[in-house]
Design a protein around this ligand. Structure first.
Ligand SMILES: Nc1ncnc2c1ncn2[C@@H]1O[C@H](COP(=O)(O)OP(=O)(O)OP(=O)(O)O)[C@@H](O)[C@H]1O
Length: 990
């Protein structure tokens, strides 16, 4: 309605703006409706709703609200809005907005004519009723206010087509009349967005009406003759306009809708187009048989929707969807087709969910006759062909006439909702945006697309959102995935080339990347301190470790901060590689920080390094410190001071290392062990912390002694991952990182024998016997549990603390220890120390031992309820044994036979990368990396990473090719512009 295009300003604007606007809009509508009805004041409407709720004495809050409603007329706008919100919630709506939408839908029986009249009158009515609100006083033509900034001399390109000097600014109402709305189909020439800087077109010519097409000279493509006179800079700036235009400039997206989209994060065309379908429905309903427990996705028609009150405090919603199934619905005889009925059920507990208003409102959300796509797990009901779904997802297929419903087009994109916007609304906006897209938007040159077998960008956007079939969607996905990698690679390489002065230097660097496996620094060129630590080791490094450290040292010598991921299977010896990297920078007079995810690991690393450094003579022995959450305040103060003064060269710690109060005097390298366990946010925090710390050196530089030039550079970052995440997944997460892999294990390691048993009486007894045998041969045993204490909710799970007594009794004469996350740091440390020293023979633990714990002579691990862990996680746990020369065993006890089957893969393989790939396929990347991380993973681009293994390599080669042709990207202005939109060109060290 008209009100929605107005800019509403009020001194009461302190309350939630969305709710306030909805409340006003609602009042206006209701007021008007009632005026038409002729006899009911607006507050009566609320009263009538509330009185019904009050009829039940339990609703004390409704009574109170009724009193408030009596004073509604005199209340402030913000109080009214709050009141409306409360009433809405009490009526079972989510918010006042939800109520407005539903009430509006309800009022549609007045017919579209009435709606038009309502729209027409609403504006003036709003003015009359709310004199305190200034409506329309600010320029309603928000679309064009960039023009003003341009005339003020800012050379800013508009989010819309620029007008020639003197052209009248169009009125928003004018635009909405001329331009199509979200409800009307449009025909727009793809070149709508393009513009010519010197000969700008009147906007009226650029907005196509229903049947006209507008031709605007093409200035975007590199080969366009019009562009030859433009400078690269101009071209690059113009290029930003296409995908980074605001949505309000897309024909067919009204300013109201664009505001709604913007509120949910869709600020530009790009943002909207990158809202990818979460899946595609095959509208042929190919399943011919449905069985209990199947996960199905199916198209059907809603046959009924009922909100049912089962008791005074229990209600449920039942929506029945009829789905025709059959192998190929178009070519199947009537007998082969059949209809199944899906009963979608949602349950509500609590008296407030049993009132009629609530039940009506939830049942009204599913309209009989609607075509929907349903997905979820089915449970067979007693009646044949009837299935229940309790956890389901329903998408309304917007237009039942849509060709795909009738089988012409099989793939139907299903979008996730965002910020409260319904998927259909987003889908519609995406379709509008696609129509407005230019065919030649692709910044990647045609030759590169051809060489790497990629769709062009326009086809990729079309293919991902409107695919004809799954193959087309997959090709589109690949192209967009390629972009993710490509720009990261391009950005990284570009950043490295920038500071290099001469063409020869740049070419040299590119050559090194062209043959990256040749990079490395000869051992003779390592620093003296690194050599000393190397000499103190009781073993020699494996060839893989040597290669890793020389790659890292090579990177440390580059003029830009290193960003490298060190990856290797469990127990391959990553820690020593990281220690050597620290020595390299400490040897040059800088500091190092080593951050690990658990206190236990911090202590272990600290003690390990301390032991190694004891072999180095005093003057050159670096001072190291340990700082964790349990470090006493006084000691932590001393350490912080030592780091600030530069007296401490290396600090090992948990996330407390990123505490605000820690400052370094010359931090040069940050090692982040098990980086993904910190989550992206903390990683970012750590980085910025480091940059800040380095930046603080500038102050010193201004005063007495100017530091070396490279002090201004942000610290090098070496991330380590013991979870052997697949190479490609690693890049999706750490796309701008270089990768070093340790591929072999230290010599003398014996393969771990793996057994899987069912955790029943017989299984347990067998395991106990194996444990006895192990103890007799002087082995040490970890017993790992999924939980600390037994839980009533999960009686089938064995718990570490509760089992201590049982195990102690069973293994009389042997000492048992306990280790879990709820213990204090020193208790944990003591438990591990006793196990290491042999004071305890059996350590009952939770998964705290999973990461990094190193007890080389531990020779057996038993994992209880192993089905509760992921495959990669079990592989990690198994890696706690077999770290020495003693032959080790690992036993997984599963509660169920089906659980045992899943674990069988661990019996067959001990290759972490292979197992991680399986986990990725079984559980998806979110699960593989733990909950913390999953929220940050763009599900779409990496959904099938295991199958796109070569993509990263290709992206890397493509980036090298581009930069080989033009070191500064001057010959590819579109790419340069795109790169600058995707990430700052100088992320670090600038
Ligand atoms: N080259 C080597 N030769 C013999 N032993 C080694 C070698 N490198 C490391 N080790 C030993 O192997 C064990 C495992 O090393 P480390 O803890 O560094 O492995 P990791 O890769 O960090 O393992 P995890 O992923 O389990 O944390 C340690 O006891 C370490 O001393």
């Amino acid at each position: 309605m008209a009100l929605s295009v107005l800019s509403v300003q009020s001194r009461y604007m302190c309350c939630n703006e969305k709710n306030l606007k909805s409340a006003i809009s609602f009042e206006v509508e209701k007021g008007f409706l009632n005026a038409v009805g002729g006899n009911m004041r607006f507050s009566n409407f609320l009263q009538s709703k509330l009185i019904n709720l009050c009829s039940r004495s339990k609703h004390k809050s409704a009574h109170k609200l009724l009193e408030e409603v009596n004073g509604y007329g005199t209340a402030s706008i913000s109080d009214r809005s709050k009141l409306l919100n409360k009433v809405s919630v009490l009526m079972g709506y989510e918010s006042v907005q939800d109520l407005v939408e539903n009430e509006r839908a309800h009022s549609q029986h007045f017919g579209s004519d009435f709606k038009d009249i309502l729209d027409e009158f609403a504006f003036s009515l709003a003015r009359q009723r709310f004199s305190s609100i200034i409506i329309g006083s600010s320029s309603p033509i928000l679309l064009f206010d960039e023009i003003a900034s341009e005339s003020e001399g800012k050379n800013h390109i508009l989010g819309h087509v620029r007008l020639p000097v003197g052209e009248e600014i169009l009125d928003i109402e004018g635009i909405s009349k001329t331009g199509p709305s979200l409800d009307s189909p449009i025909v727009v020439n793809p070149s709508f967005f393009e513009e010519k800087s010197e000969n700008l077109l009147p906007i009226s010519q650029c907005i196509a009406t229903q049947n006209e097409e507008v031709t605007v000279p093409n200035v975007i493509g590199e080969d366009s003759s019009h562009t030859s006179a433009l400078t690269m800079e101009q071209k690059a700036t113009m290029i930003e306009l296409i995908l980074d235009k605001p949505l309000k400039s897309v024909p067919g997206i009204s300013s109201k809708h664009s505001r709604q989209l913007e509120d949910c994060g869709f600020h530009t065309l790009r943002k909207l187009l990158h809202h990818f379908p979460r899946t595609y429905a095959d509208l042929q309903n190919a399943q011919s048989e449905v069985e209990d427990g199947d996960y199905m996705i199916s198209i059907g028609k809603i046959v009924s929707s009922r909100g049912i009150r089962a008791s005074t405090s229990f209600s449920f919603l039942e929506v029945v969807v009829a789905c025709d199934i059959g192998n190929n619905l178009n070519n199947v005889s009537a007998e082969a087709k059949k209809t199944i009925y899906l009963h979608l059920k949602k349950f509500f507990r609590g008296a407030r969910f049993t009132n009629r208003y609530f039940l009506n409102s939830i049942q009204a959300k599913h309209k009989e006759g609607d075509h929907v796509c349903v997905s979820g797990k089915v449970k067979a009901m007693k009646k044949e062909d009837h299935f229940e779904m309790r956890e389901y997802h329903v998408d309304v297929i917007a237009d039942e006439k849509e060709s795909c419903v009738h089988g012409e087009e099989k793939t139907y994109p299903l979008y996730p909702s965002k910020g409260g916007l319904k998927p259909d609304f987003i889908k519609d906006a995406i379709s509008r945006a696609l129509q407005a897209l230019s065919v030649d938007i692709d910044p990647i040159p045609k030759e590169i697309c051809e060489e790497f077998d990629l769709l062009n960008l326009y086809d990729a956007y079309m293919g991902i959102h409107h695919p004809k079939n799954l193959k087309e969607a997959d090709l589109a996905r690949k192209r967009l995935l390629f972009d993710e990698f490509f720009y990261l690679q391009l950005g990284r390489l570009f950043q490295m080339l920038e500071p290099l002065g001469t063409r020869v230097e740049r070419e040299g660097l590119l050559d090194k990347y062209r043959a990256s496996n040749m990079n490395g620094v000869l051992i003779e060129d390592w620093s003296a301190l690194t050599h000393k630590l190397l000499k103190s080791l009781p073993y020699s490094l494996t060839s893989s470790q040597l290669k890793a450290i020389s790659e890292i040292i090579w990177d440390l010598k580059q003029p830009v901060p290193m960003y490298r991921l060190l990856q290797g299977d469990v127990g391959c010896g990553k820690t020593i590689v990281a220690f050597l990297a620290c020595m390299e920078v400490i040897g040059l007079g800088y500091q190092a920080a080593f951050m690990v995810p658990t206190e236990l690991l911090a202590i272990q690393h600290y003690q390990h390094l301390l032991n190694l450094l004891n072999h180095i003579e005093e003057p050159s022995r670096p001072s190291i410190a340990l700082i964790t959450g349990s470090t006493p305040a006084r000691q932590s103060r001393i350490i912080r001071k030592g780091l600030q003064d530069g007296e401490i060269s290396l600090v090992i710690g948990t996330h407390s290392l990123i505490a605000e109060s820690i400052e370094f005097s010359a931090l040069r390298i940050a090692i982040i062990d098990e980086q993904h366990r910190f989550g992206v946010i903390q990683r970012g925090k750590f980085n910025s912390k480091l940059i800040y710390s380095s930046a603080s050196l500038r102050k010193d530089a201004d005063t007495d002694c100017p530091p070396k030039a490279d002090v201004f550079m942000a610290p090098h970052v070496l991330a380590m991952s013991a979870t052997p995440i697949p190479r490609t997944l690693a890049f999706a997460l750490y796309g701008d990182m270089s990768l070093t892999q340790i591929t072999d294990l230290p010599p003398g390691r014996q393969p771990i024998e793996t057994f899987i048993f069912e955790g029943n009486y017989a299984g347990n007894e067998t395991v106990y016997q194996m444990m006895r045998d192990e103890l007799l041969s002087e082995g040490k045993i970890y017993v790992v549990y999924p939980i600390i204490d037994t839980s009533e909710q999960l009686p089938q799970l064995r718990a570490a603390s509760s089992d201590l007594e049982t195990i102690s009794e069973k293994f009389e004469g042997y000492q048992c220890g306990l280790l879990h996350g709820r213990m204090k740091a020193d208790e944990k440390d003591e438990a591990l120390r006793r196990f290491k020293s042999g004071e305890t023979d059996i350590l009952l633990s939770t998964q705290v031992v999973e990461i990094g714990v190193d007890v080389p002579d531990a020779s057996m691990m038993v994992v209880m309820n192993a089905e509760r862990f992921g495959i990669a996680q079990l592989h990690q746990l198994r890696g706690r044994v077999g770290r020495g020369t003693k032959k080790s065993k690992c036993i997984f006890l599963a509660s169920t036979v089906s659980g045992m089957n899943r674990l069988k893969v661990l019996e067959k393989s001990s290759d972490g990368f292979h197992l991680a790939n399986i986990d990725l396929l079984l559980r998806g990347p979110g699960d593989l990396l733990g909950k913390k991380q999953s929220g940050h993973i763009p599900e779409f681009p990496i959904a099938r990473l295991e199958m796109d293994g070569n993509m990263l390599e290709e992206a890397h080669h493509a980036a090298l090719k581009i930069l080989g042709t033009s070191h500064d990207l001057e010959r590819f202005p579109k790419l340069k512009a795109e790169l600058s939109m995707r990430q700052p060109l100088c992320l670090l060290g600038d």
